[in-house]
Design a binder for this molecule. Structure first.
Ligand code: ZN
Ligand code: ZN
Length: 250
């Protein structure tokens, strides 16, 4: 990552906790056209149902959004770190909505990373394809009233991908991860990270068998019961730009 201008100040430190002190005065020229700069503000333990993680909280200079990295194992200065980029979805992740499969994607990714020697999940605060919770609910409402996917998409607006990947790239650089194995089905995500100077040594397909996480999703889909596919047979807008590939049992 020597071609990243600000990398000079993102020095390797002994522990994750030391990132907070290192970043106290961090203020670089930023990543991407919007000059996104993030700094690590706090680090703590976060045992989860998927495994043991440490939670790293980032402050973002552009819009004050607080992004999170869940870190499993020792990633500082490492190469080939298994990495997943997840976009926030309050309705799916926290409330269990089945209008999307975000929660399944999150659960499967965390479970997978917890089984690796080390890995990270970036939880990016870009609710509703980065247009916010309120607009996402408005788009849901439009779909409820029969708008097709294209029109609802227009109502939603399109995600500002450049900004997303700039934040993610800086977060990876801040963690002093030297290269990532990206858990994704989306080659564009790989290209974008590389464009921002993050070496991607491998792409790991996010393909999962039917399991406890996605059983309900699959059943719902199979029965077309009006959740993921509405009564007119129209699919809902995928909220993650990188849908997981689900392989049903049998
Ligand atoms: Zn910076
Ligand atoms: Zn969602």
């Amino acid at each position: 990552m020597s071609d990243i201008p600000c990398i000079k100040t993102l020095t390797l430190v002994p522990t994750l906790d030391d990132l907070v002190t290192r970043d106290l005065d961090h203020d670089c020229e930023g990543f991407g056209p919007h000059h996104i700069c993030v700094r690590v503000e706090a680090v703590a333990d976060l045992p989860t149902r998927f495994g043991r993680f440490r939670i790293v909280a980032f402050y973002n200079n552009r819009d004050g959004k607080e992004h999170i990295a869940l870190v499993h194992g020792d990633v500082l200065g490492r190469e080939d770190v298994v990495t997943r980029l997840h976009s926030e979805c309050l309705t799916g992740d926290a409330l269990g909505s089945v209008r999307c499969d975000c929660r399944d994607q999150l659960a499967v990714a965390l479970s997978r990373i917890a089984q690796e020697p080390c890995g990270i999940l970036l939880y990016l605060r870009q609710e509703g394809r980065n247009i916010g919770l309120l607009n996402k609910i408005k788009a849901y409402s439009l779909q409820d009233h029969g708008l097709d996917t294209v029109d609802a998409n227009l109502a939603l607006g399109f995600r500002d991908d450049e900004r997303d990947y700039a934040v993610a790239a800086h977060m990876i650089a801040s963690l002093t991860v030297r290269s990532v194995r990206l858990l994704t089905n989306n080659p564009r995500k790989v290209e974008e990270l590389v464009r921002y100077g993050i070496p991607v040594s491998d792409r790991i397909p996010h393909v999962i068998p039917a399991n406890e996480y996605n059983r309900f999703y699959l059943e719902t889909k199979a029965h077309r019961s009006g959740h993921l596919i509405d009564f007119e047979g129209k699919p809902h807008i995928p909220e993650q730009d990188d849908p997981v590939l689900v392989v049903p049992e049998g």
